[in-house]
Design a protein around this ligand. Structure first.
Ligand code: C2O
Ligand code: CU
Ligand code: CU
Length: 479
């Protein structure tokens, strides 16, 4: 079937928020979509890769006239794209050239917490460099890197600290997917900003405890982008990199498209849509086939009714690729016997947001789970449908499976690994969760202002050998 709806509950869309900022089509000239360059390793051997990731401040030409002050990783805005090959050992120097503390969080990456994972307990102070290393231990996927210092994650991401991370492996490499980076395999970071005087951003002026928004779509750090399509099929690795905005995506020509991967990698089966909604931090890899479109035409990608990217179709070589009905096997491990179902409650809006009735405390461990145990987590959003909102629930340190939504089947594109799931008001989403690596990991709403506002908790994943291992946890006072 080809699904034609957004699945999520319409009354909970952000368009109904009191503070909703509608997107507006930019009136500035179209520009070529920026493609973040691939970051060159400092050194590479058959088994090891060495990278330096530098958080830096700079200026970016986003609009005609003055440049905008922006932050980025190895570039002035967003980041150069990192490629992690499964099985390889990575060594990463994390360099902070910003005027303030930051952290380097690998969203979706299966690494130990809390220091390698890079949440709030892994500060890198201005002028310092920290080193992490880990073995890439998960299937091919589109992940991302973003700043995560508490409580200024949202502001640092708004400044531009968000980069793409592509995990590659042999299984994905055998599938008939486009994978020529920048040509037919394109990252698409969806964000929104408001430009103030002199083309500058002003986070404080735009602050909203329910998530900062701006009217101008910014795609890969490009305002009003077009992309020149030179192949029949393209693969878009879409990331909702916005602080708060939901994206409701559809193409002109009612062009259907096929989702082949979710947050944690390739899905068991491809799913065809005409419409796709992403909540904050979710990723979707989609393949778009322009075979029905004539060269010379333009296909527009919209969010709601606002154009966000124009795909200019050029001459292309005809191809006739059929995706297999089955793409990959997703393991579905049995729940560990005698483990009660965990309950997580996301409540409130604005400053009232909480998890399990509490605000985040950096030194408090809220839950423990043994590494390797497979447990059910029931995540509930207690907002009222009327006036409530979808909270995108994210966990560090794991790629989980979505078991059900209020006892019903998950959405058709939720059968693969996920690390973020949008929970509707009044809904309980049941997850199957296990940790491979020990450490302290955060779980939170990924409306980033909600996370900074305390809608966050943390879990210690422990090994039987070290059930009470202690970690040095940051404190607000030590910031
Ligand atoms: Cu994108 Cu705490 O994460
Ligand atoms: Cu994360
Ligand atoms: Cu939230």
């Amino acid at each position: 079937p080809t699904y034609t709806d957004y699945f999520f509950d319409e009354p909970a869309y952000n368009t109904h928020d009191g503070g909703y900022v509608p997107l507006e089509e930019p009136q500035t000239p179209q520009q070529a979509l920026r493609i973040p360059p691939l970051l060159k390793p400092d050194k590479e051997t058959a088994t090891d890769t060495y990278y330096t990731v530098e958080a830096q401040a700079g200026e970016t030409q986003l609009l005609p006239g003055a440049k905008t002050k922006t932050w980025g990783y190895n570039t002035t805005l967003l980041g150069q794209t990192l490629v992690f090959e499964k099985g390889k050992h990575m060594h990463i120097a994390l360099k902070n050239s910003l005027p303030e503390l930051t952290t380097f969080h690998w969203h979706g990456l299966n690494v130990p917490g809390p220091y390698t994972d890079g949440g709030c307990h892994a500060p890198v102070y201005p002028g310092e460099t920290q080193h992490i290393d880990f073995t890439v231990d998960q299937p091919a996927a589109t992940l991302w890197l973003h700043a995560h210092p508490c409580p200024s994650t949202a502001e640092q991401v708004w400044h531009g600290l968000a980069g793409m991370v592509l995990v590659t492996d042999q299984t994905e490499a055998k599938l008939p997917f486009p994978r020529n980076y920048g040509v037919d395999d394109i990252p698409l970071v969806l964000q929104d900003r408001r430009f103030h005087e002199n083309n500058q951003w002003d986070y404080d002026a735009d602050y909203d405890p329910d998530g900062v928004q701006g009217p101008t779509p910014m795609i890969n750090g490009t305002i009003n982008p077009y992309f020149d399509v030179t192949t029949q099929r393209i693969r878009l690795r879409i990331l909702d990199g916005a602080n708060r905005r939901e994206w409701r995506l559809h193409f002109s020509h009612d062009l259907p498209f096929t989702q082949v991967a979710s947050d944690g990698g390739v899905m068991p089966e491809p799913v065809q849509f005409t419409h796709l909604m992403l909540t904050c931090a979710e990723r979707a890899e989609i393949i778009v086939d322009f075979g029905s479109v004539k060269p010379g035409e333009t296909v527009t990608l919209y969010s709601d009714d606002v154009p966000i990217v124009r795909f200019r179709i050029h001459d292309y070589q005809r191809e006739d690729v059929k995706l297999p009905d089955h793409l990959v096997d997703i393991p579905d491990p049995d729940v560990t016997p005698n483990t009660p179902v965990r309950k997580v409650v996301m409540s409130g809006m604005d400053e009232q947001v909480m998890i399990d009735g509490k605000k985040f405390a950096m030194q408090r461990i809220d839950a423990k789970q043994q590494v390797g145990n497979v447990e059910l987590w029931d995540v509930t959003n207690t907002n009222e449908m009327d006036g409530g909102m979808v909270h995108p629930y994210h966990m560090h340190g794991t790629q989980f499976l979505v078991v059900s939504r209020n006892g019903h089947a998950p959405y058709p594109n939720e059968h693969g690994f996920k690390d973020t799931v949008g929970v509707n008001p009044g809904e309980t989403v049941r997850l199957k969760v296990w940790f491979d690596k020990p450490g302290v990991f955060m779980y939170h709403c990924h409306i980033i202002e909600h996370e900074d506002g305390g809608m966050m908790a943390q879990i210690q994943a422990y090994t039987p050998e070290e059930p009470n291992k202690t970690y040095k946890l940051m404190d607000m006072d030590t910031l």
